[in-house]
Design a protein around this ligand. Structure first.
Ligand SMILES: [Zn+2]
Length: 615
């Protein structure tokens, strides 16, 4: 009886006229619909009905057409429809640093290029500008969800919502002063406000983003975990990116990064998304699998910085959810995930000398459902299934040269098509890009602003860089390996960055107009300063920047990315930690005190600056 009843219903559906069709907002028809569901269903040709931002139906074209009457129909029979791509690790505002630093390993890349550039250029407004450029690029190249970590993440969130993209956005916590927070306490407070503000946001999943195990102490990492769990928020972190990091963390904590994180309970709680994981041990892979840690694999960034080849097949075999990330534009240098799919597959093949190491379908899966699972959003996005968000990408079509004949649709997505071949990008049923037009971002204005910001940053950089000679210093502090001790000087002033771990660091100096003064200070730091300050300057947060513009002295204490500006003899505001005050005082004496205070001799004759002056 049941069967007969069902047959009767089925007949009704078949016989139904247009007046009986369900209403839908949009009907998308494509030559192939790659659903990326559990059974790898492909409909050729296929269709998707979208209603109220959600997939109302997906199936063979005839079936979906037979059920829905849509207000708008988008047809592309020579195109592939796939789930919107998920960028599992990026730093969106770093588009401002695109094409900025090549041929450097992570450590030097950060210290000689990125940190100084960020110290000149990261403000709320530059973050807004860089984010807009990134959002436009992501919409244009088919990324609908991105996982981000940067400073002023509230601004990133604001722009993301405005552009209509989806983001898992992490407010950064790092062990030294940065552009949006003078210390860890401020960074945690900022993260907490961020989690509160976006607790119910439909497009933004707010997260806590402790930078890494090598820039944060155990206590702070634990506080980040607790904060994330209090809000049920994901925790984002860089883990095991380079061999140098692995060695540094092992030296300092007795364990490799992932094992260290596990030992302090970082994975005991809600979701963790770990970027890179290039050098995990077998035991660490098992930890990631057991704890359900999602991994953001960034093949192009790892290749460009010479970091290594992540063991993706082993991670997947162990059951780890692996997504694909571009990393920031400064180490890629674009946000095109289609390139990442292509590279991810080929990198594993060449590393293993085995063409079956990672196939096209598996690589496409990482950029879609794999990324969604890695971010903890596998139930909402990442595949085209009824009830999931209508985050969709239409790829190819229009008979463009280089795209025909199509062949296997997974190979087409992985190896043939580029981000520039995206025809349409939809997030939650809303078109954010179509046929050359980004509909939610004023690309021309954003690009103009970005060029202006870049010019400002480069101008600021060129007035404070350069290294012509080096002197050795003995330094016993244990610093993050990614930063080097150096004295960079120019006619405008000098910058001291005390950081590199190991028995000796480097001090560089440039002999400009203030050469004698700089030499004198370098010598002073070499003979007494480093030693005198050694007890206090032993952690990354203690990085010191000193700057001496020609009109007056200025002392910056803090990280190279921001620092706290302190006028000589001026007061540090209440709330600054004691170590900062002590460091400031000690350095003030060394660099700017009276000859007696400095210990010996007269100030160099050509110092030529007003030591008492204020800025
Ligand atoms: Zn990163």
């Amino acid at each position: 009886l049941n069967a007969i009843f069902l047959y009767y219903l089925y007949s009704l559906v078949l016989l139904a006229g247009p007046q009986d069709l369900s209403p839908a907002d949009t009907l998308l028809v494509a030559g192939h619909v790659l659903t990326m569901d559990e059974s790898w269903t492909v409909h050729s040709p296929g269709a998707v009905a979208v209603k109220d931002g959600v997939v109302a139906a997906v199936g063979p074209e005839a079936v979906v057409r037979g059920r829905f009457a849509a207000r708008a129909t988008i047809e592309a029979r020579d195109a592939v429809l796939l789930p919107g791509l998920v960028n599992a690790h990026t730093h969106a505002p770093m588009t401002l640093f695109r094409g900025f630093a090549d041929g450097l390993p992570l450590e030097a890349w950060l210290t000689t290029k990125i940190f100084p550039a960020e110290s000149c250029g990261v403000t709320e407004e530059s973050v807004r500008c860089g984010t807009r450029v990134a959002l436009a690029e992501m919409a244009r190249t088919g990324t609908t969800t991105f996982c981000d970590m940067y400073y002023f993440e509230d601004v990133v969130a604001e722009e993301t919502i405005r552009a209509g993209l989806r983001g898992v956005l992490g407010s950064t916590v790092i062990g030294f002063p940065v552009p949006d927070a003078p210390d860890v306490a401020a960074a945690l407070a900022r993260a907490e406000r961020f989690l509160e503000a976006h607790a119910t946001s439909p497009l933004v999943v707010p997260a806590v983003a402790p930078h890494s195990t090598y820039t944060l102490d155990v206590e702070t990492l634990k506080r980040c975990r607790a904060l994330a769990d209090r809000f049920g928020a994901p925790l984002l972190i860089h883990l095991s990116e380079t061999k140098a990091e692995v060695e540094d963390v092992r030296t300092r904590f007795g364990r490799t990064p992932i094992a260290h994180a596990e030992s302090i309970g970082l994975f005991s709680g809600g979701r963790t998304v770990a970027a890179h994981c290039v050098h995990p041990t077998a035991e660490e892979i098992a930890i990631l699998a057991r704890r359900g840690v999602g991994v953001g694999h960034c093949p192009e960034s790892n290749m460009k910085l010479g970091s290594g080849v992540a063991p993706v097949p082993a991670l997947l075999r162990a059951g780890v959810a692996v997504g694909l990330g571009t990393d920031g534009a400064a180490s890629n240098d674009d946000l095109d995930l289609f390139e990442e799919i292509d590279t991810a597959a080929k990198l594993q093949k060449v590393a293993a000398l085995d063409p079956t190491a990672l196939d096209a379908r598996a690589a496409v899966a990482m950029a879609t459902i794999g990324g969604a699972r890695a971010l903890g959003l596998g139930e909402r996005i990442g595949s085209i299934e009824e009830g999931k968000a209508a985050d969709l990408v239409l790829l190819g079509g229009s008979g463009r040269a280089g795209l025909v004949p199509m062949g296997d649709p997974y190979s087409f997505v992985a190896y043939v098509a580029k981000g520039s071949d995206v025809k349409l990008t939809m997030v939650a049923g809303r078109v954010v890009y179509r046929d050359g037009e980004t509909t939610t971002v004023d690309v021309a204005a954003a690009a103009r602003d970005a060029v202006r910001w870049r010019e400002r940053i480069e101008a600021a950089m060129s007035s404070s860089g350069g290294a012509e000679a080096r002197i050795d210093v003995t330094w016993t502090g244990g610093f993050a390996p990614h930063v080097e001790s150096r004295l960079v000087a120019s006619s405008r002033g000098f910058v001291v960055r005390l950081t590199r771990g190991g028995p000796s660091g480097d001090v560089w100096e440039k002999f400009g107009a203030d050469g004698a003064a700089i030499r004198a200070l370098a010598e002073k730091l070499r003979t007494s300063g480093f030693e005198a300050l050694g007890g206090k300057l032993s952690r990354p947060k203690d990085m010191v920047v000193m700057d001496a513009p020609s009109e007056s002295w200025r002392l910056l204490i803090g990280s190279t990315t921001a620092g706290l500006e302190v006028e000589p003899g001026g007061q540090l505001g209440a709330g600054y930690p004691a170590w900062l005050r002590e460091t400031r005082d000690a350095l003030s004496k060394l660099a700017m005190g009276t000859p007696a205070e400095r210990g010996e001799g007269d100030p160099p004759a050509d110092l030529g600056v007003d030591l008492a002056g204020s800025r």
